[in-house]
Ligand binder design. Sequence first.
Ligand code: ADP
Ligand code: MG
Length: 481
Amino acid sequence: MSQSRLASCIPMPIEHRALINVVEKAKDWALMHGVGMRDKKQFSKDAMQIAPFVLLPSPFPRTEFNKAVELQPILNELMHKVSHDDEFLQHTLQNALQVDEFTASLYNIWTKVREEGVTQSYSLGLFRSDYLMQLRDQNRIKQVEFNTIASSFGGITSFLPTMNRYVLRQFGHGELIKNMPENRALSGLCSGIIEAYDLFGVPTAIVVFVVEEVSYNICDQRFHEFEISDKRPDIQIYRKTLTEIHQEADLNDKKQLIVEGRPTAVVYYRAGYEPGQYPSSREWDARLLIERSNAIKCPSIHYQLAGTKKVQQALAVPGALEKFMGSGAATSRVRDIFTGLYSLDFDESGEKAVEMALADAERFVLKPQREGGGNNIYGTEVRDALLRMRHSRERAAYILMERILPPLVAGYVVRPGGPVPPPITDLVSELGIFGVIIGTKDKIISNKQVGHMLRTKLADANEGGVAAGLGALDSPYLVDV
Ligand code: ADP
Ligand code: MG
């Protein structure tokens, strides 16, 4: 085994006939337990197809996994503080706002809401911190990004380990199951919504999920609905697009968000994180209406702003973490998960970053202030983009990030419509840890790590978005290295 690889949980390749047999079983298991998605090509509300998944759980170093788990409440609190520091957000985002209309629109809503007077001081965060292992740094985890809005796959990946365990047993390796950590992400995330609901304290109130026009990743949203309904039969959930909210919702004199005649306790955004989800000014008006209301927002707009790449970069500037966390051990642990992050603002450090990246472009990734995958710039295009933007203000909308190069793992990715058996491929895994936080500027009343997800992509793909069809859902198999 070369050092650039982590050994798979069982020896590979797997014998042809056994592999076909287990893949067929796993596909049915997936379909019958909601490891699914809607078909983008032939959409039907009556049908589901498997979500892409990795047949066997992928190895992940136990110490790094535990580190990520332990860090989550610390990161939750950090991001909570950041999002309540108006001055820091303003200072950090000011240059990007000049050139990035989307972030500017979010920021304007935040400004308006503050001018009018914030009616709901509590925020609910259902966060996910994402990591890749850095091969040249002994596979230590490095943070890819911190998601503060619509952090997905907590639902499906809570069931996936059960499938991976089943698969291990089918291959005669049930004894390995002990190395797969429990994952209760769905339960934890939904408890956050319920806790916020109770905090709102109005028995007739509802929960609104803000959704896209068409939800391909429907399982991952419905699981939350079913779970909440199981835990709390009294809570009704309505799914609404921003367009529908514009048409149907209003504020009453108590600033309650009234939807179908009932006040809204919690608004959980599963859409609203990318420009395409605001096709006209109506959707922006709907967003403003929600933010002005006294519903508890998940996330409130300042959480969303704190989740920008620009904030991630600003937190890596020397002294920034200390400002929020002091200079104890936790601060060094957080700093340790940062990889090189550089501003591209028009100042001395920005110029230096441009020079550095032009000299060795493939060492870096260029990231705009966007979520949802498919927006970053990699490889030789980094150089082209920098040459093009070098003297244009557009450059301030991006950050420069050191590229993380993770170890490879061999595995089988099962895809809808894919070959059976699938070919053995080189993969890389990205770990996401879920966190829940509830609090006001001055008081945090709940702060937890609640579970994880693993998303694995082909080693030569830049990105691994599952909904985008590039990555596959996976479960960690903890190894001692
Ligand atoms: P998004 O908000 O679009 O999800 P991310 O920062 O998570 O943006 O980037 C998308 C994907 O690109 C990640 O899931 C990861 O696969 C890849 N990626 C992002 N940053 C890096 C990096 N610094 N090094 C290597 N891969 C990266
Ligand atoms: Mg991401």
